[in-house]
Write a protein that binds this ligand. Structure first.
Ligand code: THG
Length: 374
């Protein structure tokens, strides 16, 4: 990991999750901050945490994936206005991966959209303040909706044995959920929403706890059900997501520091240009017609295993800056250092140099994903 000769000061302005005490009791060793909330970063054993995700089952406090609830007679109109998907086609009980873009087509967030009823939606957001955007658009357009942060806190169960745990907890109906499908239910009187989703390509569910006072109870219940399968605590895994090609809002783009549009990061399929109007549509029509100038790609780095990076670094070809390497990690499965990069379209695949903090590294581009999961 990165050498950090300092601590990060945190105080009461950073919010805690309903699972916070449980994760501390289970040995969390590092937190990050996401949506102004602590999110576990690791539990001190990166190899074991990665191994559980790839070969077993892991449980993650991802309550910092906050929900923006949009409810009321004009809910569908507001969700349509602020997402790139054709929301009329979103069914109750079926989630969808969506983009929220600004008027220039820049990605502000890449949430999971859940339609809880005809007039009630959740946007399960990545790390940016979408409730502000949603509230402002609603009021400026005179829409009859409420935009609130509900008491809803996801706990992810991920890995090849995750569905075994979910089945033991809820019953065999969980196997019938389609990807991003969900259902409201309860577990020992703990109210929650079970969804077939999670920020890995290893499969599993997310439990959206809807009574924040029961976080410790739910954590304990999942831990108990997972014991026969060797469950252990973990966190969204940067190495796995790099291998699997998942987009990370914040790492691979952020509207303030590294503005990107959906077409250049490989999320063009989330843009429904044939459906109803939405904010950013005109810009995205133009960008699609012109062809994006950059593209997100994999990158392989030569030399000893990389330590990880604290910030994006330049990617060069000779003296030309041709892009940025957004995140790197060493993959034991691939026996190489890999990363994601944003590069100018037309850049040759090899003869590149990644300007890592500890020195330049020879690099070449590679297709995403590095590892496909069936
Ligand atoms: N779960 C929930 N909320 C979230 C995330 C999550 N909010 C923040 C962040 N993650 C949102 N971003 C993503 C990014 C990728 C995926 C889900 C949420 C994902 N992608 C698959 C892929 O790219 O292969 C499937 C995409 C698809 O089928 O359209 O799962 O994880 N609750």
């Amino acid at each position: 990991m990165l050498h950090m000769p300092f601590e990060i000061h945190v105080g009461p302005n950073v919010r805690t999750s309903p699972y916070f005490d449980a994760t501390v009791a289970d040995g969390v060793r590092a937190f990050s901050v996401y949506n102004h909330m602590f999110i576990p970063g690791n539990f001190g054993d990166p190899d074991a945490e990665y191994d559980r995700l790839i070969n077993g089952v892991a449980m993650w406090d991802v309550a910092a994936q906050r929900q923006v609830e949009i409810a009321g007679p004009d809910a569908e109109r507001l969700v349509q206005a602020i997402t790139t998907r054709d929301v009329a086609r979103a069914a109750v009980g079926q989630g969808r991966y969506v983009c929220v873009c600004d008027h220039d087509g820049i990605v502000l967030n890449d949430p999971v959209l859940l339609r809880l009823s005809a007039e009630r939606f959740w946007l399960s957001i990545a790390d940016s303040d979408i409730s502000l955007w949603a509230k402002a658009v609603a009021r400026e357009r005179g829409l009859d909706v409420r935009v609130v942060e509900p008491d809803a806190s996801p706990l992810a169960i991920q890995g090849p044995k995750a569905m075994d745990v979910a089945r033991d907890l809820f019953g065999s109906w969980v196997d019938d959920l389609r990807y991003f499908g969900f259902r409201e239910t309860a577990l020992d009187g703990i109210p929650l929403v079970v969804a077939r989703s999670g920020w890995s390509k290893q499969g599993g569910v997310e439990l959206y706890l809807t009574d924040g006072s029961r976080g410790g109870d739910l954590w304990a219940r999942v831990k108990l059900a997972g014991r026969p399968y060797g469950i252990g605590p973990g966190a969204p895994n940067d190495l796995e997501r790099l291998e699997s090609g998942l987009y990370s809002y914040g790492a691979d783009g952020r509207y303030q520091t590294c503005p990107v549009n959906p077409f250049e990061i490989g999320l063009g399929a989330l843009v429904d240009l044939d459906g109803d109007d939405f904010i950013g549509r005109d810009a995205l029509v133009r960008i699609k017609a012109e062809g994006p100038a950059r593209r997100r790609t994999g990158v392989v780095l030569d030399g000893p295993p990389v330590a990880g990076n604290a910030r994006p670094v330049a990617l060069r070809r000779g003296d030309d800056a041709i892009g940025v390497v957004t995140e790197v990690a060493y993959s034991k499965r691939l026996e190489r250092s890999i990363g994601h990069a944003l590069v100018a379209v037309g850049t040759p695949d090899d003869g590149l140099t990644a300007m890592l903090d500890d020195g330049p590294r020879p690099a070449r581009l590679a297709d995403l994903p590095f590892i496909k999961t069936p």
